[in-house]
Write a protein that binds this ligand. Structure first.
Ligand code: 3HC
Ligand code: NAI
Length: 700
């Protein structure tokens, strides 16, 4: 079937678009749609319906075409053709009408949608703004304030909500085509006009004074320095103040500026990176997956509780196994409190909370796990304990059940060896808070079977996570890279920086939280305990964590004890600089024979980010990550790396591997030979003038 098909059903012309998988507006689709509208003007039809085949209505512009020379017809020309039609055009929406897809619908004279459909303008998530009239037509239908909210959030809304905002004219319950045909006949019967959104006027007097300035300020707090959000506000202001055509011209100018920005290029990279990460090299496409209808979780602490919520939210029942009834009750109480917080924010109803809670049942008895399809272990980070748990699971669970561990660092093969079914053992590494963070590292043991891996990847989608496959090594992808990053943060402290300087350098660069503040949030005792379990060789230079060790011994464990590197306001939890800590740092530097110096912000930034990149290169070369973009996904979705910088490996390619390599060599000569051994892959690519991305394209 060609991309666009036209048929007459009685006196209604039905234009069907078919461009799998998501009906993106490729050149062929634009041309076909433009032609179909044009041709239909002269036939016997009295109204036209625009309908899509496959799983969704148009999902937007074809993002793969961005950055390439434009090909006619432009989307704006197609949209004008639709709006100019002298017969009413009705969009019939199922799945999602997003971005350019919803802009096509806005150019139609009427819009019907299945009750399950969603509409939205998610361009902001790609560092863009709606560039085909979305910023001009949405406020004309929904009002300026609602349009500001919809476009700057970028989150799709339900058909019902869209109807209440005047963006959808009729919600259809069952059969979309027959429902829209009925609607079309009604329009013809009442001689309904070709109602063009562009003709609606917004009365400037109806806009509250200062609306745009206030909104800009609030938005800046949320979107820190990004281009697209502020440009969206300018477009909406133009929709109020300028005639339609001038508003469109302004929108196009600002859209192009966004499209050419490094910010948008990075976000588009991540869009594809996230989807590519789900493709597992060497795993045949038809690898079977197992159905996960029920789950067991061992350990209902910080992670176990959050993990349980993910499954309950997806409607999958959970058995939460703990050491005692008291431990079950305290785990369930935390889960209940978390749901209450969502309820108080209006994100959950009382009924939903009760339903989710009813799906999580506590137990102390392994026999209750006999029939579950998957178990995720989240007990303390201790190999002997984990092996004991896995031995019990092996004895209690059905043979085909998948046994997973949420370990942060430990050897999956050693854990699997405690069972008689290492092929069914895998790492499922969630990130804290597990009910919020998007990343799921899927760690492949030496013997993990293909169907177990493909089930884990599919399961991630069910529970709304972004999976990345990692090889089995100490810390996998994310935590392994974090070790040299944290090492450099600690060494900068000793050598002359303050906690505040390090955190503010990294936060103003875009990290969600600086490394020192993250330490306080996670609890300094966690790293302390982990270091106790390492050999001297694994622990590395003892000076690295000397400050943290002193703080732990003083009982300064971080936020949970009210003080760590910072003090915390008991009411607001705001962090406060602490001179006592500065004195500790200075004393430790003296003990270590280090003369503290002024460290520049640039040095801090380069030491921390280049440490990540160097380890990332090692991880690529030894195959722990499948590709550089997978590492980018791990860091953006699991570690608060700024999305608009695309992830550490993308960032490295952008600043140039030669520059990164030269700086690392300089650190090696000046700071430490042991810490700063340049990764061989980085050295090679830098010499060749190449990039991680092109190395990946060369079929690695
Ligand atoms: N352009 C090109 N390819 C796209 C695409 C798009 N707009 N949207 C999705 N795809 C591709 C994906 O890369 C993926 O390819 P792959 O199979 O080779 O990996 C495939 O379609 C399927 O996508 P998903 O895995 O995401 O499928 P889901 O069913 O999970 O989700 C979706 C479907 C909700 C439509 C989701 O794909 C999505 O959110 N797409 C992007 C929507 C968007 O951002 N639209 C705005 C584009 S910008 C724009 O329109 C500018 C305009 O204002 C001018
Ligand atoms: P936690 O200390 O909050 O919870 C552990 C829970 O396990 C406790 O409730 C304890 O009662 C229970 N438990 C201990 N022994 C048990 C047993 N034999 N049977 C059943 N339950 C038992 O620990 P947390 O933070 O949830 O960590 C759990 C695992 O998740 C660890 O392996 C950790 O490395 C990993 N992890 C932790 C992250 C974090 O940020 N806290 C992030 C990602 C992974």
């Amino acid at each position: 079937m060609s991309a666009v098909h036209y048929e007459l059903i009685g006196n209604i012309g039905v234009i069907r678009l078919n461009n799998p998988p998501v009906n993106a507006l490729s050149q062929a689709l634009r041309e076909g749609l433009w032609g179909a509208i044009k041709n239909a003007q002269d036939d016997t039809s009295q109204a036209l319906i625009l309908l899509c085949e496959g799983r969704t209505f148009i999902a937007g512009a074809d993002i793969t075409e961005f950055g390439k020379p434009p090909q006619a017809p432009a989307l704006s020309e197609v949209i004008t053709e639709i709006e100019n039609s002298h017969k009413p055009v009705i969009a019939a929406i199922h799945g999602t009408a997003l971005g350019g897809g919803f802009e096509v619908a806005l150019a139609c004279h009427y819009r019907c949608a299945l009750a399950s459909a969603k509409i939205g303008l998610p361009e902001i998530k790609l560092g863009l703004l709606p560039g085909a009239g979305g910023t001009q037509r949405t406020p004309r239908l929904a009002g300026v304030e609602a349009a500001l909210e919809l476009i700057t959030r970028g989150t799709p809304i339900s058909a019902e909500k869209a109807e209440s905002m005047n963006l959808i004219d009729r919600v259809i319950e069952n059969d979309l085509l027959s429902g829209t045909l009925t609607y079309a006949h009604e329009l013809i019967q009442r001689n309904a006009p070709t109602r063009r959104v562009r003709d609606i006027c917004i009365d400037p007097a109806s806009i509250p004074e200062g609306l745009f300035d206030d909104f800009r300020q609030r938005l800046e707090k949320r979107t820190r320095g990004q281009l697209a959000p502020q440009h969206i506000v300018s477009c909406l202001e133009a929709a109020v103040k300028l005639p339609f055509e001038q508003g469109l011209a302004k929108e196009l100018d600002l859209f192009i500026e966004c499209l050419l920005s490094s910010e948008s290029a990075a976000l588009r990279h991540l869009f594809f990176a996230e989807r590519t990460a789900t493709k597992i090299k060497g795993l045949p496409k038809d690898t079977p997956t197992r159905e996960i209808k029920s789950v067991g979780i061992i350990g209902g602490g910080t992670m176990g509780g959050g993990i349980a919520m993910n499954f309950a939210n997806a409607g999958i029942p959970v058995k939460l196994l703990e050491v005692s009834q008291t431990a079950i009750e305290s785990g369930l109480a935390v889960i209940s409190k978390n749901y209450s917080i969502s309820m108080n924010k209006g994100r959950l109803t009382e009924g939903q909370k009760a339903h989710f809670l009813s799906l999580i049942q506590g137990t102390t008895n392994y026999s209750e796990l006999a029939e579950v399809d998957l178990v995720i272990e989240a007990v303390f980070e201790n190999m002997a304990l984990k092996q004991e748990v896995f031995t019990k699971l092996d004895q209690s669970c059905k043979p085909e059940a998948i046994l997973a561990t949420n370990t942060s660092f430990l050897d999956i093969d050693q854990i699997a060896a405690a069972t008689s079914r290492p092929e069914n053992v895998i790492g499922l590494h969630f990130f804290s808070p597990a009910n919020v963070m998007k990343l799921l590292e899927v760690v492949r043991g030496t013997k993990s079977a293909d169907p177990v891996i493909s089930t884990a990847i599919q399961l991630a989608k069910t529970i709304n996570k972004t999976p990345v496959l990692a090889g089995n090594c100490y810390g996998f992808i994310g935590n392994r890279m974090l070790l040299p990053y944290n090492r450099e943060a600690q060494l900068c402290l000793l050598e002359g920086a303050t906690p505040e300087q390090i955190d503010s350098v990294m936060e103003s660069w875009g990290m969600a939280m600086g490394p020192i503040a993250v330490g306080d949030l996670a609890g300094l005792d966690i790293g302390f305990k982990a270091r106790q379990g390492l050999s001297d060789a694994e622990r590395g230079d003892p000076k690295t964590y000397c400050i943290a060790d002193v703080l732990v011994k003083m009982g300064r464990l971080g936020q949970k004890s009210g003080a760590g590197y910072y003090r915390y306001d008991p009411e607001t939890r705001a962090r406060v600089n602490d001179l006592e800590v500065l004195a500790i740092i200075e004393a430790q530097a003296e003990i270590q024979g280090i003369k503290r110096r002024k460290i520049s912000n640039k040095e801090i930034l380069e030491r921390l980010t280049f440490a990540l990149i160097n380890e990332g290169a090692n991880i690529l070369e030894d195959g722990t990550a499948q590709r550089p973009s997978d590492i980018d996904v791990v860091y953006v979705y699991g570690y608060g790396f700024p999305a608009h910088r695309g992830g550490p490996m993308y960032y490295a390619d952008n600043i140039g591997l030669a520059k990164v390599y030269e700086s690392i060599c300089a650190f090696h000569d000046r700071l430490s030979e042991n810490c700063w051994t340049p990764a061989p892959l980085l050295a090679r690519l830098a010499r060749e003038g190449s990039t991680f991305a092109s190395w990946a394209d060369d079929s690695h």
